[in-house]
Design a binder for this molecule. Sequence first.
Ligand code: ZN
Ligand code: MN
Length: 433
Amino acid sequence: MTNYQLICGAEIHVELKTKSKMFCGCKNDPFHAPEPNIYTCPVCLGLPGGLPVPNKQAIEDTILLGLALNCEIPSLAHFDRKHYFYPDLPKGYQISQKDEPFCLGGYVDTSYGRVRLNHIHLEEDAAKMHHEMVEARKVSLIDYNRSSVPLVEIVTEPDIHSPEQAKEFLKKVRDIIRALGISDCDMEKGSMRLEANISLSPDGNLPNYKVEVKNINSFRYFANALTTESARHAKLLNQGQTPIQETRGYRADSGTTVSQRTKEDAADYRYFPDPDIPPIVISSDWIASIAKRLPELPTAKIETLAKLGIAESTAKIIVSNQEMMEYIEHVKDLNPKYVQSAANDIVNKKIDYTKLTAEVYIKTLESKMASKITDQSLLEPIIKDVLIQNPSVVADYQAGKQNALGFFVGAVMKVTSGKADAGVVNQLLKKLL
Ligand code: ZN
Ligand code: MN
């Protein structure tokens, strides 16, 4: 069997949590809507005459993401129409970006190497289809609450070479997006959706085919898709065949992929600039004002925690959990000397951070520190040590010098910084002597 190199590029779709939709004033809240099809208007229903007006907040969020992912922000961007027919797309085209997106290039570093980005563009989400049984008949229902919700798409270069690297990369991207506060990246609800472009190369060069796997809704499934596709491609290549260029769907239940359709070309979509939306000029002043929103990013946060004496593995867990991070920051503000133990306790689940406040946690630690050591099992080895190190004083005591006891109590207090309970120490000393 030949050794192949896995070549994978990722496409990451993320719904932005702006107040309103991408091109109209309808509420952007598809997951909490009390009923389907209530947050709609002529624009997001694609009715004749509806005119799109771009959402400034969504554009700023996209540029902010680009800045966080080391992208270049061009001085001009525009929206294109991407045509395809499907009931979830009422206009018959999706407003997206092809030639002049908001962010160009960029990269994310992983421990397996750098993953370069091709670009990040902004588009509108489609409506949500529900395939159900109604009165024993298979029906497809459509909910337009999601139609035209702002959707950011991050497109990478084919720089991912293992399932492990894919997982690390995707987690990093998700953590950065969450740190920016522009999306919840909830994969279960579908506010973050993944696609993988996969091929195998016998010589490290880009092969002449790629298979797109859609419908991946967890990082684990993404890694699984790479593993199963690699095996399938290797088998075909070993038989002298080239895998067909196509779109396949990931099936979580079986861990396999199934063919959906042969891949269309960009030309099939008949992209052209949307004539309803003028090009968008991005001034350096505007970029500078957006950059002010950049918070401390996860990598920097991990470094800050490491400086406080927290192990990197512990810091990573904390940084990827917003609530844990807030708790640790709160402890740090109250008293930095307790950050290290708080970090360990929170990761080892010794703190229920939803119930125990940082203030109470610190008070508990303080009272523990202040209280006397009365535990005999803790004191006995310390006392034994002191006795072994001072054989001549032990001999004095046994010869009847009672004041030798005071010497030993003093020695134990020195070792325990004065926290040993004097009564217990006296009792133990007499027993051990
Ligand atoms: Zn609308
Ligand atoms: Mn897209």
